[in-house]
Design a binder for this molecule. Structure first.
Ligand code: SAH
Length: 372
């Protein structure tokens, strides 16, 4: 039969992702694992982590982000940053930091859009927070002409000039934990392996403290997600803004009010898959709790929003910019611009699910930033 000869050319068993051996050994030694630790290993293991050895974006990848949808996104963020710089009095040096720049598309569009603004490019010192060597290479290809410097965290960024920080779909990539209400109290959902990956529950009094007061009485079975690492990151950003002056903007999918619910999601090939399947080969994230972010920093810096991505982009003139591109380009390009605009701002697309939060601080004074 023809198909038998075809089979001779096929390779053997599907190789499990090597990350699985690391997980299994860890669980065997230390018992079921916190979701935060699980995510840390699966996403960021130096050799086998999901982000460390692939470019996950685009139609052929696992997910598509706003800057990859349309150049309008990065251009508007670029105009936003330039406006902040002008409101700060056009400082001679500006530490411009993007967190988790992916392919570098957002920043490349932002820099192109602001090329004509006198002195802005001369002021910009570009710093990129990125853990993935393969994405660093992509970023070097997109942004090499601006001499970026790479960092793994905020600690080593220069602190002797004003700063603008931005991050699109960065916070969702940071680890979180998942808690479940049981009849005995709040328990942590921990990952176990027993022939298959499952969630076990670990009761401990400390988890009670992570649940906001108004949700403590939730029904048994309710799930609450907490992300101390994300909140902590916001604190680090606000400390920097207080020390140096400046502003930050973070865009992500999430909710404006802290609430119950399981938002743990896995995306592979642009489709949702079961969260604990395809380990190491799917992007694992959860929705960002914007109320928790606000609560973390509102007494430290000026907080703007959260507003929806649609509101933010419209307030910054995305429709005007789209019309400019439509007026000066071919029919096919116009269709791409219109389609991109729709995907970014429509409530049925990214416009409502994605939220934007801004932070600012300028020598103890208010610094009004655009878009909110
Ligand atoms: N902002 C890009 C990419 C979003 S995906 C876009 O909108 O297209 C998340 C990005 O954050 C990736 O570049 C990933 O490698 C990076 N990342 C994930 N965890 C990180 C961490 N702990 N520190 C720095 N970068 C991280």
């Amino acid at each position: 039969m023809w198909w038998q000869s075809a089979w001779h050319g096929m390779s053997g068993l599907r190789m499990p992702n090597p990350i699985e051996d690391i997980l299994k050994a860890d669980i065997q030694e230390n018992g079921p694992m916190s979701l935060a630790r699980f995510l840390e290993i699966v996403l960021s293991h130096p050799q086998y982590g999901y982000y460390m050895n692939r470019d996950p974006f685009g139609g052929g990848g696992d997910f598509v982000t706003a800057p990859e949808v349309s150049q309008l996104f990065g251009e508007i963020i670029g105009a936003w940053a330039a406006d902040v710089w002008m409101k700060m009095g056009q400082p001679e040096r500006l530490i411009l930091c993007e967190c988790g720049p992916g392919r570098g598309t957002l920043m490349a569009d932002a820099m192109r859009a602001t090329k004509g603004l006198p002195d802005f490019h001369e002021a910009v010192e570009l710093h990129l927070l990125e853990i993935s060597p393969i994405l660093q290479e992509r970023q070097r290809a997109a942004l090499g002409e601006f001499n970026p410097q790479w960092h793994k965290g905020l600690e080593n960024l220069p602190d002797d000039a004003p700063m603008i920080v931005m991050g699109n779909e960065f916070l969702d990539a940071l680890p979180f934990i998942s808690l479940q209400k049981t009849r005995e109290g709040w328990a942590e959902r921990v990952v176990n392996y027993d022939g298959a990956y499952t969630f076990d529950l670990r009761l401990a009094a400390e988890f009670e403290d992570l649940v906001p007061f108004h949700l403590k009485k939730a029904e048994a079975g309710s799930i609450f997600e907490a992300a101390p690492v994300r909140n902590e990151f916001m604190t680090r950003v606000s400390e920097r803004l207080k020390r140096q002056g400046g502003a930050a903007v973070f865009i992500d999918y999430g909710h404006v009010k802290t609430s119950l619910g399981d938002t743990f999601q896995a995306l592979k090939d642009n489709k949702y898959v079961e969260a604990l399947s395809c380990i190491g080969d799917a992007d694992l994230t959860s929705h960002v709790d914007f109320e928790a972010l606000v609560a973390e920093v509102f007494d430290q810096v000026q907080v703007h929003g959260p507003v929806t991505q649609g509101e933010f982009l419209r307030a910054l003139g995305v429709e005007v910019r789209a019309q400019m591109l439509i007026d000066s380009n071919s029919e096919q390009q116009c269709a791409d611009v219109k389609n991109g605009l729709h995907r970014l701002v429509a409530s049925s697309e990214m416009g409502a699910l994605f939220k934007v939060i801004g932070l600012s601080y300028w020598h103890g004074k208010e610094l009004e930033i655009a878009g909110f």
